[in-house]
Design a protein around this ligand. Structure first.
Ligand code: MG
Length: 394
């Protein structure tokens, strides 16, 4: 195995245009502002009108390159500033094969000042992914093999989001995916204009008794409202309901999970095992949804293993990226014993394959885990025409 110290850390912001905003066409009271952002009234959350992402390139002394990626959804310059000014200079000279140790050390840098998640957590996650990619390339092994063992080369995918102006459009989209081998579908309550229960009823009728149906409740409800709603959804046999209560309402989440017959899924906003732990202790969910862009591989593995110890399933979240953190999520998922499915962001995943070299695919209802050393994904030349910013630290 080759040894090579970290010599250079570079950050990049890319911005890819898209035809329809994320979650579907804009409502009458939703507009794109001068900075290119829009607020979805259904979940009071801000989104960019383009697909923005932050890439991290870590080069070792021998020239081997590791690629990481993290959230660039809003204010991506905040994340690159943290890496360029603080995290990059700290890791120069270290051995990339110490990725988890480095992850713990970077977390310590700001913990007494209250920076343990948020944009800071995203910055640490992006570096962690790049270091695992680099460690895999130096070892000549796919990252999944370095994480305790690879259990699978394919992971079942579920369709995330059914963007469409009308419920008929959504049903048609779901049927198109079903014809292509997909059997699991999640819709977004934020844009359920005909009603959340009605959308579940119509999808169940259209897709039949064996389809797996899920709804993302987008943190919209207090515990009492959520319990009432989920009881109404229960006759349509949802596979899970996601994020019923406010992200910080741990007691509400626990109350809902204890009261309903439908599995509850949580976790896409967590950055570390420290955010996950109180939810585990209160059994606030039965399905855990770590998001690789927030956790990095090191924290994703800790959360996934803790879920296993609590007899909970892992069905990872997938956000908007060019595919690097998606590949990292597949490697980590393939090495865990309790991953049942993986979210598939169909509106960006296939389009973005044109910007990367990889064997990663999502076809016939499943992801293929890339098999080259490292993460098995690299940006290709065509991505750089969408570059918004580049910086480097050595
Ligand atoms: Mg969600």
């Amino acid at each position: 195995m080759r040894a090579a110290r970290i010599a250079l850390v570079e950050t990049f912001i890319v911005s890819l245009p898209r035809d329809t905003p994320y979650l579907g066409p804009l409502d009458a009271d939703e507009q794109v502002n001068a900075r290119g952002y829009l607020v979805r009234q259904g979940n009071r959350t801000i989104y960019p009108s383009t697909d923005m992402s932050v890439l991290i390139k870590v080069t070792a002394e021998d020239g081997t390159v590791g690629w990481g990626e993290t959230y660039g959804i809003v204010a991506p310059d905040a994340v690159t500033a943290m890496i360029d000014d603080v995290l990059g200079p700290v890791i120069v000279g270290r051995d990339p094969r110490d990725a988890t140790a480095i992850n713990e050390d970077l977390y310590d840098l700001m913990r007494v000042r209250g920076a343990s998640g948020g944009f800071w957590g995203d910055a640490i996650a992006g570096i962690d992914i790049a270091l695992w990619d680099l460690a895999g390339k130096l070892a000549g092994l796919p990252v999944a093999k370095l994480l305790g063992g690879q259990r699978s080369s394919r992971l079942p995918a579920y369709i995330s989001g059914l963007p469409g102006k009308t419920l008929d459009d959504k049903v048609k989209l779901a049927r198109d995916f079903a014809a292509r081998g997909f059997t699991a579908f999640k819709y977004a309550a934020a844009v359920s204009l005909d009603g959340i229960v009605e959308e579940m009823r119509v999808l169940r009728e259209a897709l039949g008794p064996h389809a797996k149906l899920m709804v993302d409740l987008h943190w919209k409800f207090d515990a009492g409202e959520a319990i009432q709603l989920i009881d109404q959804l229960a006759p349509f046999n949802p596979y899970f309901v996601e994020a019923p209560c406010a992200a910080e309402d741990i007691e509400g989440q626990a109350r809902v999970a204890a009261a309903v017959r439908v599995p509850v899924a949580l976790g896409e906003e967590w950055h570390s095992v420290h955010e996950a732990l109180p939810r585990f202790e209160r059994r606030a969910m039965s399905i855990v949804q770590p998001e690789m862009g927030h956790t990095g591989i090191s924290q994703f593995m800790q959360i996934g293993r803790m879920a296993h110890a609590f007899h909970m399933r892992v069905i990872p979240h997938a956000s908007i990226g060019i595919g690097i953190f998606q590949a990292a999520s597949l490697h980590a998922s393939a090495s865990l014993p309790n991953v049942q499915k993986h979210e598939y962001q169909h509106s960006v995943f296939d389009r973005n394959l044109q910007f990367v070299h990889t064997t990663m695919r999502c076809e016939n209802g499943a992801f293929t885990v890339p098999d080259a050393p490292g993460l098995g994904i690299e940006p290709n030349a065509s991505l750089w025409s969408y570059l918004r910013k580049k910086a480097e630290v050595q």
